[in-house]
Design a protein around this ligand. Sequence first.
Ligand code: NAG
Ligand code: NAG
Ligand code: NAG
Ligand code: NAG
Ligand code: NAG
Ligand code: NAG
Length: 345
Amino acid sequence: MRLANLFATFATFGSLVSTLPTEVASNISKTLRDVIVFPNNTWVENIAVRSNGNLLVTLLNLPEVWEVEPLSGSAELAYSFPNANACLGIAEVGHDIFAVNVGSLSAPGVGAPGSWSVWTLDYNTANPSSNKPTSKNITAIPPAVFLNGLATLPTKPGVVLTGDSFLGQIFAVDIFNGHYNVAIDVPDFKPNATAALQFGVNGIKIHNGHLYFTNSLMSPLLASIPLSTNGTAAGPVKTIAKSAQYPVDSGFQADDFALDAKAEHAWVATNLSNLIVRITIATGKQQIVAGGKSNPVVAGATGAVFGRSWYNRHILYIVTDGRLGDPSSAGVTGGKIVALDTTEF
Ligand SMILES: *[C@@H]1O[C@H](CO)[C@@H](O)[C@H](O)[C@H]1NC(C)=O
Ligand SMILES: *[C@@H]1O[C@H](CO)[C@@H](O)[C@H](O)[C@H]1NC(C)=O
Ligand SMILES: *[C@@H]1O[C@H](CO)[C@@H](O)[C@H](O)[C@H]1NC(C)=O
Ligand SMILES: *[C@@H]1O[C@H](CO)[C@@H](O)[C@H](O)[C@H]1NC(C)=O
Ligand SMILES: *[C@@H]1O[C@H](CO)[C@@H](O)[C@H](O)[C@H]1NC(C)=O
Ligand SMILES: *[C@@H]1O[C@H](CO)[C@@H](O)[C@H](O)[C@H]1NC(C)=O
């Protein structure tokens, strides 16, 4: 029923295609499915996958992580963090142990200085009757203002990198001892001083010794930087895509993203533009693969991740803010997880 409605929506998409400057993939309509629609006013912010295939999503409007079964869409609260009002980046740091950025916003898009910490949720020590993970406050990061993307550093067990969108810096955090330090601080992470929102480095992912990142409101849109084994920069920033070739609203170019298995493409959530854009790492080519200016299917997309089981490695799970980032455009919906089958692209 829901799928039929989605396809009806897509029937009107053809007329839009010719007005977009970027190449638009022709197979968009076959490939999307809502996994879950949360209640109105739920901002789903980031997403990771457990080894059992379940999805873990963070909320930005509540300090919560939810676990969602990707086939049935059944959902349960995994954890609600104390003394905070928001959760952002999440990544698996050890087998079934997830690190999460937790803190408070003082206004939409504005982080409260001194409110930030990194926590872990551990499913190895989950209570067998409830299956709820054990939580641990790893460390407060007092200098942080807006901890956003988070990625595990594969070369140093127990270390995660976490990006501060306001400071334009990346911290390394050791979850074993709670030590942290500024690992990378480059001009390409900084917010655009003339933009309305002070948002620089946003999504961060690590593949094969390189950190890939988006800058939300400034060029470069997508770039990479080689890493040393301890997470510091081992060379200069390399720009992959300088600026958006797809429609952007309020100057907001890019939110978080997923890399595919061989890091051939970044699948970028573009938040207010309501699009998922696939950027080819080698060439910087940008291709719209889901959504559209007047197509709400991935409205307010905030992040994405690929499945990791045999049945869903090719599925990109996209999270959305239910248009809370831009409620004037068409009214809010519930934030969602949307599954995009990428085999045709
Ligand atoms: C999405 O864009 C809106 C408006 O520009 C902004 O308030 C919000 O912080 C953005 N979302 C994220 C997660 O960066
Ligand atoms: C988390 O730990 C830090 C110490 O690193 C402490 O300052 C902070 O209050 C703790 N947060 C909570 C909610 O317990
Ligand atoms: C910074 O933001 C302004 C205003 O939105 C925009 O015109 C300009 O292109 C941005 N600068 C860069 C380097 O992206
Ligand atoms: C990280 O490694 C680099 C190069 O190997 C070294 O110069 C730097 O001191 C190290 N930093 C930390 C915080 O360990
Ligand atoms: C969600 O909000 C929209 C308005 O944006 C409204 O039409 C809809 O009925 C609301 N849904 C629920 C379940 O409250
Ligand atoms: C769309 O699907 C057709 C047939 O399944 C395939 O030949 C074509 O390459 C696909 N187009 C894109 C843009 O992926």
